[in-house]
Design a protein around this ligand. Structure first.
Ligand code: HEC
Length: 209
């Protein structure tokens, strides 16, 4: 009889362990540790970045404008507007590139200049964070904002994630996807496609290579 009780207790206890361990594995906190993007810290950082960009009038209602031009390369917009400069966030100064992507019916340079709000579909940003953030990829932080600063969500076979962080860093470079996968192949090895955009911080402590 005593043996039976012990055995039952052992079974109940292992069931309890299985449930608790599973719950831990699916809790958001531990998921974010394995995910390269979309975790609570990424989302928080993206919010702070949006605010800093807004203060410098790079995004938002008061944003400065530059000359839009025809881009047309997938996956970005048809008509684009690109601005780049150094930006301070949390006492770190890093290079930021902000790209506004304009799409929609009758989109053209002239129409965008007339009514930016109507055609703005997304804002893709790369910001070079402090050393150690992602030394494998020159510490770039990637984010895709909606025109109002909310984050885009992406569906993947592993589930949905908010588009902020190391999008989508794999366990090995061969497994990279998304922003990192494409931008790694940009000429010059600086993750920047446009040859006229120069990172002023290359060679100083922000750079790990
Ligand atoms: C399929 C490849 C591809 C993916 C994925 C991609 N990009 Fe790009 N990106 C490009 C190309 C090509 C350009 C230059 C032409 C253009 O703007 O369309 C570019 C340009 C940019 C620029 C302007 C600076 C530069 O590199 O010249 C920014 C900023 C940018 N992308 C951000 C992002 C972000 C953020 C993501 C992920 C959410 C992303 N990109 C995903 C190919 C890609």
């Amino acid at each position: 009889m005593k043996k039976h009780i012990t055995k039952t207790l052992a079974i109940v206890f292992s069931l309890y362990l299985i449930i608790v361990l599973n719950a831990c594995q699916t809790s958001p906190a531990s998921t974010s540790m394995h995910r390269p993007a979309g975790g609570p810290e990424d989302v928080h950082y993206a919010r702070q970045l949006w605010q800093a960009l807004q203060e410098k009038q790079l995004v938002g209602e008061q944003a400065r404008t530059s000359k839009p031009f025809f881009g047309g390369a997938k996956p970005h917009g048809m008509i684009l507007e690109v601005m780049a400069q150094n930006l301070m966030l949390n006492k770190h100064t890093g290079f930021v590139i902000v790209k506004k992507n304009y799409n929609g019916d009758q989109v053209s340079v002239a129409n965008v200049e007339r009514d930016r709000k109507r055609y703005l579909s997304s804002i893709t940003v790369m910001y070079q964070r402090e050393a150690g953030y992602d030394p494998d990829n020159q510490n770039w932080f990637w984010v895709k904002y909606q025109p109002d600063g909310q984050l885009f969500e992406k569906n993947t076979p592993m589930g949905r994630f908010l588009m902020a962080g190391k999008i989508m860093k794999g366990k090995t470079p061969e497994q990279n996807g998304g922003c990192i996968y494409c931008h790694r192949s940009a000429g010059g090895g600086d993750y920047i496609f446009y040859p006229n955009i120069h990172n002023p911080n290359i060679g100083n402590k922000n750079q790990t290579h």
